[in-house]
Design a binder for this molecule. Structure first.
Ligand code: ZN
Ligand code: ZN
Ligand code: FE
Length: 761
């Protein structure tokens, strides 16, 4: 008889891990206990040595699907004298915390939901040990019912029995609920509750109305996605003319009817995270074109809460369409609504009726969004279902002090880190709106307490007018300023577990450069601590202040300088004579004009010059339209012959992107096809990036390249660049689960700050 103590580190709370250990121990005839310790799960087990060895192995091999085990420490302990095997009550403990993300409803619960004989038939909050809300209902760790929003719903006798019965699917399931004891749905105007409220919403959807529906991490706005008029009504009310809406489809068959689903993506679409997957639309689908105007893609997701399933199917004689728009319920710029008060204030004017419920959301979580690249997922927004799973960086394991990185100004996330574990938050939003800044402060404070990471240093983007920077500086802690593109590259290195220096290609919209100009088409030599700017695209004047960020025609006018500007600009229909004249006046007199190397703006300019998109209604619209135009060209784009790399005053090389732009304009004038030119632009830029990396390799001897920044959301460009670089003998690091856009920035900032701190100690 031997007694051992096991400490299991990882995502092992809220995923059915303790009941699993319990069953496993009994199967091997072991006595002892399993306990949640907050930072780890402790197991004491007594039995034959061989049984203990098998038990140790099977803890890892047979762990529940949603568990993520980083490490199991084993040591001898004094003999265990108790009888049987038990689950001990939770004790709080500090250290690294592993909070489980929310988990979509499982198949077994779904079957019960529609089983007339089940006592949870049609119960909108059905869940079990394997599924249901986690992070979004959590008040405090360790994860136990009394530390969640479920505290206000005392279990009924029958639920309590299941909760304590180890043969039950709901053994130890914290959010367990039923019709008798669980939360309830209701219309916010107080008129209807329960089944009546659900029926009313279903009827409204069928009638082409707009409903707001409370989900896991916030409210959605919802309407019939197959009804062009309803979708346009939602666009009008939300003042969102063109940005694509996500569509929730009833099931996989509907998804396959609407879009092409690569095999590897079926698992992602239908996985426990249930993200929105951006797929290629199929001809003959029924989803309204207004869902994603002018796009050959559509963002689809499957239902992930019992309530979603009930919206699609309910025994009330109505037939609700099998595709529903499900877009975040928030006023423009503000975070997703979470409480009834927020919904009343912000959604009442957008929705005809609001379906809420009384299970409180403690932490907001927008839907995650992923693109498809190379047959697999490529994250655009990492949020519900993924946050706050950590990224583990063994080289920084000895970092004792906590780090808080406050993230970017747009697409904000923040990141907490300690002991080599980095926890990027769910999506917060754009900091231009004070409500988003509040949300950042509030959520950061909440995660500090959930993860028990006390930051000793704060990392931020040093742009002089960013709200994130003033938040960072207001905390009264030591700060580390991390240059925007350096953070992008380090986020990609971190995701790939890379520590050695890389050539970083950081192409994005805007980042504050160390020389005070706008950067965004940069080639850096970077490691965690520092970087050198070895190259960039050719600088151009960006006139017109903030408007220049959305109005590509202004950038195009700037790039045309040095020739017959106004004649060319008029021929390209960049604007009226008066508009062009005014823009040239700004440029010539350097009024409201900055020097820019933004690759995002270069895309906007080309998009405008080709007549594809002159003015964007959301960030990235013009670039996306340019990509779609290029993809519409059936052949592969051919790279132009362009002049060799130039040299800037500081010695960095310059990619001849102005010459590239002028070549496009020349060919447009001579009548070449727009989509052919869009494809050629992508091919040419990819080949220039290849030349730049080669120059950087000659200069530095480094032959690994990390690709990051919002421009690399463009999977066409990414594919071309990756192929060029590989053919040229480079190793290529790219993103997969951390977004290439500013949503991934906080991870890079946190890692930079951690590495600098460790260097000092
Ligand atoms: Zn379940
Ligand atoms: Zn109950
Ligand atoms: Fe960026």
């Amino acid at each position: 008889m031997t007694t051992k103590e096991f400490r299991v580190y990882g995502v092992v709370q809220g995923v059915g891990f303790r009941p699993f250990v319990h069953r496993l121990a009994e199967a091997h005839g072991l006595t002892g206990y399993v306990a949640n310790k907050g930072s780890y799960v402790e197991i004491a087990a007594a039995g034959a040595a061989e049984s203990l060895a098998v038990f140790r192995r099977e803890i890892v091999e047979k762990a529940p699907e949603r568990a993520l085990i980083f490490r199991v420490d084993v040591r001898d302990r004094e003999e265990y004298s108790g009888h049987g095997f038990s689950i001990a009550e939770s004790e709080a403990d500090c250290g690294s915390r592993f909070v489980s993300p929310d988990i979509a409803i499982c198949d077994a619960c779904r079957a019960e939901l529609f089983d007339k004989h089940d006592r949870r038939y049609l119960h909108p909050f059905i869940n079990c040990t394997d599924c249901g809300p986690r992070l979004t209902i959590l008040d405090e760790m360790p994860y136990d019912r009394e530390r969640t929003s479920m505290k206000s719903f005392p279990m009924c006798e029958v639920c309590a029995k299941e909760y304590h019965d180890r043969e039950s699917r709901r053994y130890d399931a914290q959010p367990i609920a039923c019709h008798d004891c669980g939360p309830q749905v209701y219309l916010l105007d107080g008129s209807l509750r329960g089944a009546d409220a659900i029926r009313a919403v279903r009827r409204a959807i069928c009638e082409g109305k707009i409903a707001a529906v409370k989900g896991i991490g916030g409210f959605h706005l919802c309407c019939d996605a197959t009804n062009e008029t309803a979708v346009n009504l939602l666009r009008q009310r939300k003042r969102r003319p063109t940005k694509p809406f996500a569509v929730m489809v009833r099931d996989m068959e509907t998804a396959a009817r609407e879009a092409v689903i690569p095999e590897a993506l079926r698992v992602v679409l239908n996985g426990p995270e249930k993200p929105i997957v951006i797929l290629r639309r199929r001809g003959g689908g029924r989803i309204a074109s207004a869902a994603a105007p002018g796009s050959r893609r559509v963002g689809l997701m499957l239902p992930y809460t019992p309530l979603h399933f009930l919206l699609f199917d309910y025994p009330d004689g109505l037939s609700v369409p099998d595709a529903l728009i499900m877009t975040s319920g928030n006023p423009p710029g503000a975070p997703i609504c979470r409480t009834d008060d927020e919904a009343r204030e912000s959604l009442a004017s957008l929705a005809d009726l609001i379906l809420s419920h009384d299970r409180r959301i403690r932490v907001r979580a927008d839907d995650s969004v992923t693109e498809v690249y190379d047959g697999g997922p490529y994250m655009i927004r990492r949020s519900r279902g993924y946050a706050p799973l950590p990224v583990f960086l063994p080289p920084l394991e000895n970092m004792r002090d906590g780090v808080l990185a406050v993230g970017s100004e747009l697409k904000n996330t923040f990141c907490l880190g300690q002991n080599g574990m980095f926890y990027p938050s769910a999506h917060i939003g754009d900091m231009g709106d004070p409500r988003s800044v509040e949300c950042l402060k509030e959520t950061a404070a909440r995660m500090v307490s959930l993860l028990e990471i006390m930051p000793r240093v704060v990392a931020y983007d040093p742009h002089p007018v960013y709200h994130t920077a003033s938040f960072a500086l207001s905390l009264g802690l030591p700060t580390v300023a991390v240059q925007h593109h350096h953070a992008h590259i380090v986020s990609c290195m971190a995701e790939n577990g890379r520590k050695e220096p890389v050539i970083g290609v950081a192409f994005d919209g805007t980042g504050y450069g160390t020389d005070g100009s706008v950067w965004g088409g940069e080639i850096l030599l970077a490691d965690y601590r520092d970087f050198t700017r070895v190259g960039s695209i050719e600088p151009f004047p960006q006139a017109g202040g903030e408007r220049a960020a959305l109005e590509g025609w202004r950038i195009a006018a700037g790039l045309l300088q040095g020739g017959e500007v106004s004649k060319n600009a008029l021929r390209l229909s960049l604007g009226s004579a008066a508009e062009i004249g005014a823009q040239l006046f700004l440029l010539e007199n350097k009024i409201n004009t900055v020097t820019s190397t933004s690759a995002g703006r270069l895309f906007d300019a080309v998009s405008a010059a080709l007549g594809i998109c002159r003015v964007s209604t959301f960030e990235g619209e013009a670039a996306m339209a340019l990509q779609f135009a290029a993809e519409a060209w059936d052949e592969e784009g051919e790279a132009f012959n362009l002049p060799p790399l130039g040299t800037a005053e500081d010695g960095r090389f310059l990619l001849p992107t102005t010459a590239l732009f002028k070549e496009i304009v020349k060919r447009r004038h001579s009548g070449e096809k727009v989509s052919a030119l869009a494809a050629a632009f992508h091919a040419s830029l990819a080949s220039l990036i290849g030349l730049g990396c080669r120059a950087a390799r000659e200069k530095t001897g480094v032959s690994s390249v990390a690709l990051s920044g919002g421009v690399f959301q463009n999977t066409l460009l990414l594919g071309l660049v990756e192929r060029n670089l590989r053919e040229d003998g480079f190793e290529v690091l790219r993103h997969q689960v951390i977004p290439a856009n500013d949503g991934g920035l906080s991870l890079g900032q946190a890692v930079c700050a951690a590495a600098q701190m460790m260097n000092k100690n």
